[in-house]
Design a protein. Structure first.
Length: 405
């Protein structure tokens, strides 16, 4: 394996049992500590022999390349969104569109590393709880690796596009009576009994792959660090992964400052944002989270404390946006830039719009909004918030009449 160790994020103890997801001593969260001494001898351009994507950054990853399970994830575009920026009032706005990953979301980044590590360990069955994107990604990578896959979904709370993917890739899809947190509790119990290898973001290897989105952004901006990076926050591993990547790039001397990491939650599912508003380092779970943005409808985020650490340490910010603001931002991005994202992804754009309007973010900042998933993941929400098709007769005159209105 690549040089690293797993340590407890809370007490600092080194953990040698690679099948556990929390510290055997204190029950705390785990994280991976990479040995980057060899990377310090490198330059960013030394990695460019490998095409842009997650595995370009293998020296920062805790899995040997010979074990990789890949379907060419990463390498997503960073759009310069001039029209969007003008509409929002922030002229230097970029959108990192993760919806062009193989299964349509950023979760592929974590799964290529997580499933590759499962392969290293000899795991035969992998599993996860999911609001949709995680299950789609795990099902695809498990299929590629030839592993059995079980996904635990909250009953009636998953967008059809995501459910279809999990079924299509051959996973055993289990509809759990309850919300995401109930589904995760059941999946964790199965993992504790060693009946499957859990690949939710509580697994410390999953966020390691998600670090690559920051590496790519730096590559695409020629290591000219943006002022702010904005992310939707649900289970909160992604903002922690971006923070961890920033710290690693700073450690090896490839950057000398870090962006303000800013998390955006839906108003109906906002335990991290409430904790930030109260200046707390921990959060109170939300028992009945509700939002149209199903991918971030999570009341008890596993990495919530890590997210708060990332935000506080970078001088960032955390706030909420309403469902109406999310849908408005989703449509604005589509109609100004031709980019179709799912509602949770649009939270980052809605958040920037709000921060500019309230004077929290400066209009001259260089800002990257990470949009985490493709709009076709949740077509029902798009259709329900757009005007229906216009009925016309089969004549040029009727079409012209409609177009002139």
């Amino acid at each position: 394996m690549a040089a690293h160790k797993v340590i407890c994020w809370d007490c600092g103890a080194e953990v040698n049992d690679l099948f556990v997801n929390t510290c055997p001593k204190c029950g705390g969260l785990l994280t991976v500590k990479m040995d980057l001494e060899k990377v310090k001898e490198m330059k960013p351009t030394d990695l460019h022999k490998t095409p842009i994507g997650v595995w370009r950054y293998a020296p920062f990853m805790p899995v040997d390349v010979e074990h990789k399970v890949s379907i060419q994830e990463g390498g997503t575009p960073l759009y310069t969104t001039t029209a969007l920026g003008e509409a929002i009032g922030c002229k230097n706005t970029f959108v990192k569109f993760e919806g062009l990953n193989p299964t349509g979301s950023f979760k592929d980044r974590g799964m290529t590393i997580g499933v590759s590590h499962a392969k290293e360990l000899g795991a035969k069955v992998v599993g996860c709880a999911s609001t949709g994107n995680t299950s789609a990604a795990l099902a695809a990578y498990a299929a590629k690796a030839g592993m059995k896959c079980a996904v635990f979904l909250p009953s009636g709370k998953v967008a059809m596009g995501k459910l279809a993917q999990a079924l299509f890739f051959g996973a055993k899809v289990l509809s759990v009576d309850g919300n995401f947190d109930d589904a995760l509790a059941l999946a964790r119990k199965m993992a504790d009994e060693r009946k499957l290898y859990l690949l939710n973001s509580i697994n410390p290897y999953r966020p390691e792959g998600q670090k690559s989105v920051l590496f790519e952004i730096m590559d695409q901006l020629s290591y000219d660090v943006p002022d702010r990076i904005i992310l939707p926050v649900g289970n909160a591993a992604n903002i922690w992964a971006v923070y961890k990547a920033c710290m690693e790039l700073k450690e090896v001397g490839w950057i000398d400052k870090v962006p303000m990491l800013t998390g955006i939650q839906a108003a109906g599912s906002a335990p991290v944002a409430r904790a930030f508003a109260a200046k707390n380092e921990n959060f109170e779970p939300e028992l009945n989270p509700e939002t149209v943005a199903t991918a971030i409808r999570i009341g008890n985020p596993v990495s919530g404390r890590k997210a708060l650490k990332a935000i506080y340490s970078t001088g960032g910010y955390c706030t909420t946006v309403t469902d109406e603001e999310i849908i408005s931002a989703q449509q604005l991005l589509g109609r100004k830039e031709g980019v179709c994202v799912e509602p949770a992804s649009a939270a980052s754009v809605a958040g920037l719009r709000k921060l500019i309007a309230e004077g929290i973010a400066d209009k001259d900042e260089r800002v990257v909004c990470i949009c985490t998933g493709n709009g076709l993941k949740d077509p029902d929400t798009i259709i329900n918030n757009c005007a229906p098709p216009i009925k016309v007769g089969n004549s040029v005159e009727e079409v012209e009449k409609v177009l002139s209105q």
